[in-house]
Design a protein around this ligand. Structure first.
Ligand SMILES: Nc1ncnc2c1ncn2[C@@H]1O[C@H](COP(=O)(O)OP(=O)(O)OP(=O)(O)O)[C@@H](O)[C@H]1O
Ligand SMILES: [Mg+2]
Length: 270
């Protein structure tokens, strides 16, 4: 377990680069957002980066993916978004050194409705993160499978998006809608927002389909597509039930190797 440092001190671990705030977004369900949020943060932590994972999905899959019990906690990111709890009270260390998590519980489902009438409702997360953002090299936000207010908050707070795309039929379906939301937020709320990378997930080398989908997505997104491709791996799907990232659950397997390679690529993209 990492020691809990004092957050809000504004001292960055490397003192140089501005913090990368990356939202893991795709309104399509089950494409590998939470798997990526958990395993990328773990691999970045192993590389020595200081990382905060913010779970912004009421399903709390990133929370439980790190072994934090989402059913037994009273407070989560919801309380911070509603201005009831400072984020510093919600940050939890996990089994991976350098990695910290702000958990989500099902309570967060209420935020979509309760924030509707709030002043600057789209930028609540940005305000919540402001006091602590400089304490980290990376802040990774796991989004729910929708383009609702929570995802808009993630897009407003982030400076980049990571879009996981599953290697399957209709992979590109819905991506134009996602890009529309991206552009709206960029135009009206967050001009600095960029597509940081598109990540192909659940690649099955035994099928032509997977390869075809990768080509199709590369035609569409060009060099935005990460060179790293995440393979379909039973180990990756098992790890969350043990509450451990793949780097601990199966450190020598293909899944861990892929997420380590992704972490290096993320770091090299700056
Ligand atoms: N590379 C992979 N190989 C095998 N199974 C995977 C892989 N990536 C994700 N899975 C499994 O696929 C399912 C969906 O993954 P995940 O929960 O990461 O998607 P998601 O986009 O976060 O879903 P949601 O939209 O519901 O939040 C999970 O059961 C997960 O364990
Ligand atoms: Mg998820």
């Amino acid at each position: 377990m990492s020691d809990i440092p004092v957050f809000g001190s504004g001292i960055r671990s490397d003192g140089s680069r501005p913090t990368r705030i990356l939202a893991v977004v795709n309104q399509k369900g089950g494409v590998g957002k939470s798997t990526t949020a958990v395993n990328l943060t773990a691999a970045l932590g192993d590389e020595g980066s200081r990382v905060l994972l913010v779970d912004l999905d009421p399903q709390g899959n990133a929370t439980s993916g790190y072994g934090l019990n989402k059913n037994q906690r009273k407070e989560c990111i919801y309380n911070a978004l509603l201005g009831k709890t400072p984020i510093t009270d919600l940050i939890e260390p996990v089994e991976v050194e350098n990695v910290f998590v702000v958990p989500a519980t099902i309570q967060l489902a209420g935020a979509e409705i309760e924030l509707v009438s709030a002043f600057s409702r789209e930028t609540k997360l940005k305000g919540v993160l402001a006091p602590i953002v400089d304490d980290f090299d990376y802040v990774i936000v796991d989004c729910p499978p929708s383009l609702g207010l929570l995802t808009v908050n993630a897009l407003s707070a982030a400076n980049g998006v990571i879009i996981p795309v599953q290697c399957e039929y209709y992979a590109l379906e819905g991506l134009s809608k996602l890009l529309e939301s991206f552009k709206l937020v960029k135009t009206h709320l967050n001009p600095g927002l960029e597509v940081f990378g598109v990540l192909m997930t659940m690649f099955d080398a035994r099928t032509n389909l997977s390869q075809q989908v990768v080509e199709e997505v590369k035609d569409f997104f060009d060099e935005c597509v990460f060179d790293t491709i995440i393979p379909r791996s039973v180990r990756l799907s098992e790890a969350p039930s043990f509450g451990r990232p793949i780097t601990l659950y199966d450190p020598h397997g293909r899944g861990a190797a892929a997420y380590r390679s992704l972490a290096k690529e993320v770091i090299s993209r700056g």
